[in-house]
Design a binder for this molecule. Structure first.
Ligand SMILES: Nc1ncnc2c1ncn2[C@@H]1O[C@H](COP(=O)(O)OP(=O)(O)OP(=O)(O)O)[C@@H](O)[C@H]1O
Ligand SMILES: [Mg+2]
Length: 226
């Protein structure tokens, strides 16, 4: 079980206030909500990259087993393959090189293996950031809008790759997304945020069919993509 209490303010203004939440291990949670609702703040707090008041308890999962993909993607100023190798863990070099190439192929990036990653396009950089993260071995993944800059083909491929990762090892995934189609396709539960508060956490099918909070209902009424 993962338990979370987070209070975060910037300049004395609260931006996230969530209390005594519990999450089941091995499930996929989609974080949805408008701009500024607190999705990234939630993920940054979980990843422990910002200071906050409260506590996150990941049970037996060690900090090194938590993988975080920030919303602002970046690539290191070295080859695409070099970027991958930074996250090769304890693999032997030969295995790491082979597996890195296999994973790059799944993201349609293998042809850029020798290219300097700083020269990739915006979407390619995002694909590489996700690919590099999925080269690691994590028990909890925190993905902040992992496909926001991707075209639809790349998005569907990235979703397949995420699913493959999850099916190959027990992993809990928290993923912020503005794509309700994506939330519906991937998640077991939807977490709906507004104004730094979680208004609803509901099993995905039920959330899209019949959300219990008025706020989520209104939010869904503005969407047609699911
Ligand atoms: N470093 C910061 N300093 C001041 N305010 C911040 C900072 N980071 C975030 N905020 C504020 O906190 C609120 C929540 O931001 P957050 O990034 O969590 O939203 P979000 O739900 O991820 O939005 P988006 O969909 O645009 O990514 C926003 O109002 C934002 O302006
Ligand atoms: Mg965000």
């Amino acid at each position: 079980m993962i338990s979370v209490t987070i209070y975060k303010e910037y300049n004395s203004l609260p931006v996230l206030d969530v209390k005594d939440l519990s999450f089941e291990e091995g499930k996929i949670y989609a974080l949805i909500g408008g701009n500024g609702s607190g999705k990234s703040t939630f993920l940054k707090s979980m990843a422990n990259v910002i200071k906050f008041q409260g506590k996150t308890d990941f049970g037996a999962v060690k900090p090194s087993e938590i993988g975080y993909l920030p919303q602002k993607n970046f690539a290191f100023d070295m080859s695409v393959k070099g970027n991958m190798m930074l996250n090769c863990g304890k693999r032997k070099k030969k295995d790491a090189l082979r597996e890195a190439t296999e994973l790059l192929e799944k993201f349609d990036l293998a042809r850029y293996a020798k290219k300097n990653a700083a020269r990739l396009s915006g979407g390619e950089t995002q694909k590489l950031a996700l690919c590099r993260l999925l080269f690691g071995n994590y028990k909890i993944l925190l993905l902040d809008e992992p496909t926001a800059s991707l075209d639809i083909n790349s998005t569907l491929k990235a979703e397949e790759n995420i699913k493959e990762y999850l099916s190959s090892r027990p992993t809990t995934l928290f993923m912020a997304t503005h794509s309700l189609r994506q939330a519906k396709a991937l998640a077991d539960y939807v977490i709906y945020l507004e104004n730094g508060h979680i208004e609803e956490i509901t099993e995905t099918e039920e959330f899209f069919r019949n959300p219990y909070s008025e706020k989520a209902r209104l939010f869904l009424s503005f969407h047609t993509d699911f």
